[in-house]
Write a protein that binds this ligand. Structure first.
Ligand SMILES: *Cc1c(COP(=O)(O)O)cnc(C)c1O
Length: 417
């Protein structure tokens, strides 16, 4: 849910902090992502407050929203970064994050991703296979360096969430199976350019039930004991991300304090620094996607369609994960209708909502798709020749363009013609 203090209706018009969304749409056009800077800060601080009693360090998962200003806002608060590729590492470094605050994930890191990470001096690369460990050793050896490595363990816990975002099940591609860890420890003793410094898990996203974390953590704690008795000095114990947010008022997310209560007692005596990798929790409710109603039409059965100028190319979550997003009119109405809110892309899956009760908006009016800050703009693309949207960040009464809308020229700039 959006924080209504940061996204209030003033004089019947939805605002982001002190700025009218009508005005932003006029100035920057639509579709437009609008992010509340103070929402980012509040969420990060809420997370830090929940885990304040624990020796920990939080690495924002850049993949949820990789805009440089988003990364920098969090970094200025003291937050680190979890990156998934060389490209995300580049973004984090460009945003000014120190390498000493960056960790790197990724089930398919290339030799160049690994080289970039090791050379940059990041805290830890999290390896997900025996072959990757060997490659890290080769790359670090070639550079004459020693790579700090964590092992991502697959705890074989199936967190209850959408099947596309459960990642801790042994049927999924992520991490190294517990059963293989003895072999991994033996191998690591022979790899001269790898220093095992951490253990890691990430069991999925939008996880409401802390029991899944507890079950996975118990396994990771066994691995910690095994690693220590094999002689490794484990300094980082990485619990991953996945902490939930509220998208639907009827399905409120478990408060972060509940996770803290359950998890802190399990890990506070490990003698390690606990790492967290929240993504969605920090950014999901910081941002709305503003979109204009292009057309309304009814089919012969009387079904109402609202065709808007944003679609799956801007926010793919409904199409990819059957996700629910609240949709509200930017100018308040006093009557409602039931309609499908659909985008302009040539796919039947291109919808934001089906059979939804929404404000009775007219053509030319503006809708706001809420909770669009996580896995929104980062997944936007140019399918159908669409221009990736502009992004604006609001801080109090000030709005700043933080990403320009794509141009037609950009659509073809990399083609050799
Ligand atoms: C995606 C991802 C995260 C962030 O997940 P959220 O659900 O957005 O918190 C953290 N760690 C890893 C390894 C990931 O792949």
């Amino acid at each position: 849910m959006l924080d209504s203090n940061l996204f209030p209706y003033c004089d019947g018009t939805l605002h982001c902090e002190g700025v009218s969304l009508e005005k932003l749409a006029e100035e920057y056009g639509t579709p437009l992502f609008v992010t509340s800077r103070n929402s980012l800060i509040n969420q990060y601080r809420a997370f830090e407050k929940a885990f304040a009693g624990l020796d920990h360090f939080t690495c924002y998962s850049v993949k949820a929203n990789f805009n440089l200003h988003v990364i920098r806002t969090l970094s200025e608060e003291g937050c680190g970064c979890d990156v998934n590729s060389g490209g995300e590492l580049f973004r984090a470094l460009q945003a000014g994050v120190e390498p000493g605050k960056i960790i790197m994930a990724g089930v398919g890191k290339t030799a160049s991703d690994i080289e970039y990470g090791v050379k940059s001096g990041i805290v830890m690369l999290k390896a997900e296979s025996v072959s990757e460990l060997r490659l890290v050793n080769d790359v670090a050896g070639r550079l004459g360096m020693k790579a700090s490595v964590g092992i991502r363990v697959n705890p074989n816990v199936t967190a209850e969430t959408h099947p596309y975002i459960t990642t801790g099940d042994s049927k999924e591609k992520f991490g190294i199976d517990e059963a293989d860890l003895d072999e991994v420890f033996d191998l690591l003793k022979t790899l001269e350019h790898v220093d095992l410094t951490g253990l890691d898990m990430h069991i999925g996203s939008q996880i409401f039930d802390a029991n899944f974390y507890e079950a996975a953590l118990e396994k990771l704690l066994d691995v910690l004991a095994a690693a220590r008795s094999a002689g490794f000095d484990i300094r980082y114990f990485d619990i991953g991300g996945g902490f939930p947010v509220t998208y639907e008022p009827q399905k409120p997310a478990t408060p972060i304090g509940h996770f803290a209560e359950k998890l802190i007692p399990l890990v506070e005596k490990t003698g390690t620094t606990i790492l967290f990798e929240p993504g969605r929790f920090i950014v999901a409710n910081s941002t709305v996607l503003l979109t204009k109603v292009l057309y309304r039409k009814q089919n012969h059965a009387g079904k109402e369609f609202v065709i808007v100028d944003a679609g799956m190319t801007e926010l793919i979550r409904p199409a990819l994960y059957q996700s629910y997003h609240e949709i509200v009119a930017v100018s308040q109405h006093n009557s409602v209708m039931v309609a499908d809110i659909v985008g302009p892309v040539c796919e039947s899956g291109d919808f934001f909502a089906r059979e939804r009760t929404v404000d009775r908006v007219k053509e030319g009016e503006m809708l706001a798709v809420l909770s669009a800050g996580a896995y929104g703009s980062v997944m936007s693309n140019n399918y159908n020749g669409r221009l990736r949207p502009a992004e604006v960040m609001v801080d109090g009464d000030n709005a700043k363009l933080i990403r320009k809308r794509d141009s037609f020229e950009q659509l073809i700039q990399n083609e050799v013609f």
